[in-house]
Ligand binder design. Structure first.
Ligand code: FAD
Length: 474
C-alpha cells in the first residue's frame, strides 16, 4: 500500500478500463492524476510540418478537459502541467511526497525514451514507478507467442490470437478518487495559441463533429451500436467515403485512449447477445485486431518502422520532390479522387480508410515520393493519429512493411469507379466540379474543352490545371 501515488495519463484519457488508475485507487490512499503537455510534441518536423496540427491538438485539449471533468465526478481532479514528463512529473511527485508514479506503457522510440528517463529520474529520488500494458485488445501477456516472435503476416497473427488468446475483461471505473487536500494549483488547460496553433475553421462539409474525450467516445458508440443499430451492417458499409455512419469513427477516441478496445469488444459481445450476431459484428473485432497487430509489430521491430527501408530494408528508390508533395498534401494534384480526400483531411482531420489507402498509394506508387513524408503529414493532420497504426499502415502501402504482396498499387480510377461511381464524394468536397454529371466528375481532364467551358470549371484557380498534372506525373 502507498500513501500517495501520481497517475500519469498519456494516450489513455479515460477513467474506464484504466489499469494505472484502477490499481492506484486500490493500492494508494491518495491519487494525483496528471496530464503533461510535452512541448516536443508541438515542434516543427521535416518540411516545416507541425508535429501536431491544429485539428489534432484541439481534439487532444478537449479530451484532457473531459478527463478532468470525469475525474472530478469521482471526487478527484486532474493536474495539468507542461514540460518534459520525465522531469516535471518527478518534481511534482517529490513536491507532493508521492511514493510512486503509475502510467501505461507505450511502444515506440520517443515514448519509450521518455519512460526510461522518467524511471531513472524517479529512482534517483527514491520514487517507485509502475508501467502497465493497456492499449491493445489482447493483453501482451496473453499473446500466444513472445512479442518478439509476433507473426509478420496479419492472418497468422489474427488466427493465433483468436485461437489461443482471450480478451481480458475491462476494468471497472474506480468508485472514488481521493486527491490530497493540499493540492491548490491544478494548472489551466492550454489553448491552441499556447502551441502557436490557430483555431481550425469548422468545416460546413464535415460529416461528423468530432469532440475529444471519453464522454463523446462513449456517446459515439451508443449512437452507432445501440441508437442507430449500425453495427449489424458494418461489413457492408465500412468501405464508404461519405457520411458519418459508413464506419464506426472510433479511431479518433481510440487513439487518445478515450475509448478502450476491451470496452468496445464487450459492447460488441452484448450487441451480439441482445440484437444480432453476424459477419459485421465479427468484422469490427477483426479490425481491432489489425490495430493490435500494428502495435505488436512496432513493439517487435522498434525503430525500424520509422526508417526509410521499414522492416524490409529496401533500397532508397524514392523521390523527394517537394513541389509534388505539397500538391498532394494540399489536395491540388488535379486528380479529383485524391484531392477530395486530402481536402477532407485538411478541413476536418479525418479521412476514411478507403481514402487513406488511395492517397497513400498515389503518393508512393504514382508520385514515388518518400513514404515517410506521407506518414509525417498524416501524423500532423489526423485527429486519430496513432503512431503504430499510422506508421504500420504507411509501411504496408509503401511495400516496406509486412505485406506479403510486393506491390499494393491502387488504380485510382478503378477505385473511384468502385467506391464513388456517381461522384457524390467529389461533388461534396470539390463543389467547383459539382455540375459535371455522373462519373465524368472523376475525369474532368478528359472532357473536351468545349464541355469544360460549358461546365465553367475553375481551372487554374482553386482547382488548378488537372489535365496537365495527371498526364505529366503518371
Ligand atoms: P472502422 O472501420 O470503424 O474500424 C474500427 C476500428 O478498427 C478503427 O477505429 C481502428 O481502431 C481499427 N482499424 C480499422 N482499420 C485499421 C487499420 N487498417 N489499421 C489499424 N487499425 C484499424 N488508423 C488509426 O487509428 N490511426 C492512424 O494514424 C491511421 N493511419 C493510417 C494511415 C494509412 C496510410 C492507412 C491506409 C490507414 C491508417 N489507419 C489509421 C487505419 C484506418 O484507416 C483507420 O483506423 C480507420 O479509417 C478509422 O476509421 P473508423 O474508426 O471509422 O474505422
Amino acid at each position: 500500500m502507498f500513501k500517495r501515488v501520481v497517475v500519469w495519463f498519456r494516450n489513455d484519457l479515460r477513467v474506464h478500463d484504466h489499469a494505472p488508475l484502477f490499481f492506484a485507487a486500490e493500492k494508494a490512499g491518495e491519487l494525483i492524476p496528471v496530464y503533461c503537455f510535452d512541448p516536443r510534441n508541438f515542434k516543427k518536423v521535416s518540411l516545416g510540418i507541425d508535429k501536431t496540427g491544429n485539428h489534432r491538438a484541439k481534439f487532444l485539449i478537449e479530451a484532457v478537459d473531459n478527463l478532468r471533468s470525469n475525474l472530478q465526478s469521482l471526487g478527484g481532479d486532474l493536474v495539468i502541467i507542461q514540460g518534459k514528463p520525465e522531469e516535471v512529473l518527478v518534481s511534482l511527485a517529490k513536491k507532493h511526497d508521492a511514493e510512486a508514479i503509475f502510467f501505461s506503457e507505450e511502444v515506440t522510440a520517443e515514448e519509450k525514451e521518455v519512460e526510461l528517463q522518467l524511471e531513472q529520474n524517479a529512482w534517483k529520488q527514491g520514487i517507485k514507478t509502475s508501467a502497465y500494458w493497456q492499449s491493445s485488445l489482447y493483453h501482451i501477456q496473453d499473446l500466444p507467442f513472445p512479442v518478439n516472435q509476433t507473426p509478420e503476416v496479419f492472418t497468422q497473427f489474427r488466427k493465433e490470437c483468436e485461437k489461443f488468446a482471450k480478451v481480458q475483461a475491462a476494468l471497472p471505473v474506480p468508485k472514488k478518487i481521493n486527491l490530497p487536500k493540499n493540492m491548490s494549483d491544478l494548472g489551466d488547460l492550454p489553448k491552441l495559441s499556447t502551441f502557436g496553433l490557430k483555431e481550425p475553421d469548422l468545416s460546413s462539409r464535415a460529416v461528423l463533429v468530432f469532440k475529444g474525450g471519453e464522454t463523446d467516445g462513449i456517446r459515439r458508440l451508443q449512437t452507432y451500436f445501440w441508437e442507430q443499430d449500425l453495427l449489424k451492417v458494418y461489413k457492408e458499409t465500412r468501405n464508404g467515403l461519405l457520411g458519418a455512419d459508413y464506419s464506426s469513427k472510433f479511431s479518433a477516441w481510440l487513439s487518445l485512449g478515450c475509448l478502450s478496445p476491451r470496452y468496445i469488444y464487450e459492447e460488441v459481445k452484448r450487441y451480439e447477445k441482445e440484437r444480432k450476431k453476424n459477419q459485421s459484428t465479427y468484422w469490427l473485432i477483426f479490425e481491432l485486431i489489425w490495430r493490435d497487430y500494428f502495435r505488436f509489430i512496432c513493439k517487435k521491430h522498434g525503430n525500424k518502422v520509422f526508417l526509410l527501408g521499414g522492416i524490409k530494408n529496401n533500397v532508397d528508390k524514392w523521390s523527394r520532390n517537394e513541389n509534388h508533395f505539397w500538391k498532394w498534401a494540399l489536395g491540388q494534384t488535379g486528380i479529383p479522387f485524391i484531392d477530395a480526400n486530402m481536402r477532407e483531411l485538411n478541413e476536418t482531420g479525418f479521412m476514411s480508410n478507403r481514402g487513406r489507402q488511395n492517397v497513400a498509394s498515389f503518393l508512393v506508387n504514382d508520385l514515388g515520393i518518400d513514404w515517410r513524408w506521407g506518414a509525417i503529414y498524416f501524423e500532423s493532420q489526423l485527429i486519430d493519429y496513432d503512431v503504430c497504426s499510422n506508421w504500420g499502415n504507411w509501411m504496408y502501402v509503401a511495400g516496406v512493411g509486412n505485406d506479403p504482396r510486393e506491390n499494393r498499387y491502387f488504380n485510382i480510377m478503378r477505385q473511384a469507379q468502385n467506391y464513388d461511381r456517381k461522384g457524390d464524394y467529389i461533388r461534396h468536397w470539390i463543389p467547383e466540379l459539382a455540375d459535371i454529371p455522373g462519373f465524368d466528375i472523376h475525369q474532368p481532364f478528359e472532357l473536351p474543352t468545349s464541355l469544360l467551358k460549358t461546365y465553367k470549371i475553375a481551372l487554374g484557380s482553386t482547382y488548378p490545371h488537372p489535365l496537365v498534372k495527371y498526364k505529366a506525373w503518371i
